[in-house]
Ligand binder design. Structure first.
Ligand code: ZN
Length: 451
């Protein structure tokens, strides 16, 4: 089969794929009963199951320990052909403040060449990428030239580890998978293909400070009374130096990134930095975000400004999110952060910290399958080379697949380039990313069969 016939077949399947995307986005599948009825998740799970069953795959729903439904669809490999796992997830982040969206988050809405809606990129766009790729491949080839195991998770955006537990408990059903294409990341920019080869691991740390038996008048006692909030501020300040580098006792923060660079101007625009601001830290932006640890203060317990009273605070607290480069154990790094904070407790002030949850990082092992996927990306996007990126979020499943399926090559790609604004208001997808990525996946699968 010629590459041009796949290109035409993918193009011919795009309108149907975008109709599927609109139908999926219309179902608010947030897997959190506090936000949304789980009926929506079940509805989207059965729609996704049906779409893969229509392709001729043996498709079923697997209920995971957290109550979510994963779609698992498979077809055996023809003799001598490899088996490829295709991953996406059908649950989404909540819409958050609907007023902050330019159009309704649950109505796929075209604007300026992009399609807006919650999940349009993350990860319903990934599901549709797989559907378009497989439909086009079948159109051209008549059947599937490789074995397939499609896994569409139902609770990826929740910390409940539903599919991680399921994969670990059912490793047998994934035996024989040679490569896993995780379609939940994104390119450097629309039209600039890249594989994500590294994800930072993460650990949460909760910090509590207690300095007095109760709040006291700041006029009568401030200046000599131990102050929990001031202690908290100085503890948090000890986590960075003046350059902005992370300074946790015993944790290396000097790594450098050797993949594609992250242009400082593009970084500033992706992040929404203010005029005149420069990225912080002594390293280049790619090293800062992909090769070094970072600790972010994600919550503080302190009186709000409105209604605050002139008193010395007896207690204060903070929630910290630590990210570490692949190869660094996030739990051990979290323990270093805990020790760093507790070591700095002023005499007579109680400082307690503990690690609350976390997940490992991921570092892709290069091999024949990722080389073949890179070649397929280059052909699809019509570029000469495909670089390597670090990824933003943690995808614990990548490490889970590597543990459960010995020797598997995990390939991390997707349609969530920086402009997609995933997890935020006005999430969107560039439909040309779905088309190019679907063509790359179909080309990849066809090339494996031809070996
Ligand atoms: Zn995702």
């Amino acid at each position: 089969m010629s590459p041009s016939s796949l290109r035409t077949a993918v193009r011919d399947r795009m309108a149907e794929g975008l109709d599927d995307l609109a139908a999926l986005v219309a179902i608010p599948s947030v897997h959190d009963p506090a936000v949304q009825s789980l009926d929506d998740c079940h509805e989207v799970a059965s729609a996704v199951r049906g779409a893969f069953a229509d392709l001729g795959l043996e498709a079923r729903l697997a209920t995971t320990a957290d109550g979510s439904q994963a779609v698992i669809a498979s077809t055996p490999a023809p003799a001598g052909a490899p088996t490829v796992l295709l991953y996406a997830h059908h649950d989404v982040q909540p819409a958050g403040d609907v007023e902050a969206w330019t159009s309704d988050p649950w109505t796929l809405t075209p604007r300026d060449g992009r399609l807006y809606g919650r999940g349009a990129a993350d990860c319903k766009g990934g599901i549709v990428t797989h559907l378009v790729a497989l439909r086009a491949l079948r159109d051209v080839h008549g059947s599937f030239p490789v074995g397939l195991v499609v896994v569409v998770e139902g609770s990826e955006e929740q910390p409940t580890d539903g599919l991680e537990d399921y994969v670990a408990a059912h490793a047998d059903s994934f035996a024989g998978v040679d490569a896993a294409v995780v379609m939940d990341a994104g390119n450097a920019a629309a039209g600039v293909p890249a594989l994500v080869t590294s994800l930072r691991g993460t650990a949460g740390v909760e910090l509590r400070v207690r300095a007095l038996r109760g709040n006291v008048h700041s006029g009568m006692f401030g200046g000599a009374a131990p102050d929990a909030l001031a202690t908290l501020v100085s503890l948090l300040a000890s986590l960075r130096n003046d350059a902005g580098d992370t300074t946790i006792d015993g944790l290396d923060a000097s790594g450098t990134w050797d993949g594609l660079p992250y242009d400082a101007g593009r970084f500033a625009s992706d992040v929404g930095m203010l005029d005149g601001a420069v990225p912080i830290g002594s390293g280049d932006p790619a090293s800062q975000v992909w090769a070094r640890p970072a600790v972010t203060i994600v919550g503080i317990d302190a009186p709000a400004v409105a209604g605050s009273s002139p008193s010395v605070q007896a207690t204060a607290g903070a929630a910290l999110n630590l990210r570490v480069p692949p190869g660094v154990d996030p739990v051990a790094a979290g323990a270093l952060l805990v020790a760093h904070l507790e070591r700095r407790a002023p005499a007579g002030v109680e400082v307690t910290a503990r690690v609350v949850g976390g997940g490992p990082g991921f570092s892709a092992t290069a091999g024949p399958y990722s080389d073949a996927f890179r070649a397929a990306l280059a052909s699809s996007y019509e570029v000469s080379s495909v670089g390597s990126l670090g990824g933003g979020g943690s995808i614990p499943l990548c490490a889970t697949f590597e543990r459960a399926i010995p020797g598997v090559e995990v390939i991390l790609a997707g349609v969530s380039e920086p402009a997609a604004n995933v997890h935020a208001p006005d999430e969107s997808v560039d439909p040309s990313e779905i088309e190019h990525m679907a063509l790359a996946e179909a080309t990849f699968l066809a090339a494996l069969a031809a070996r």
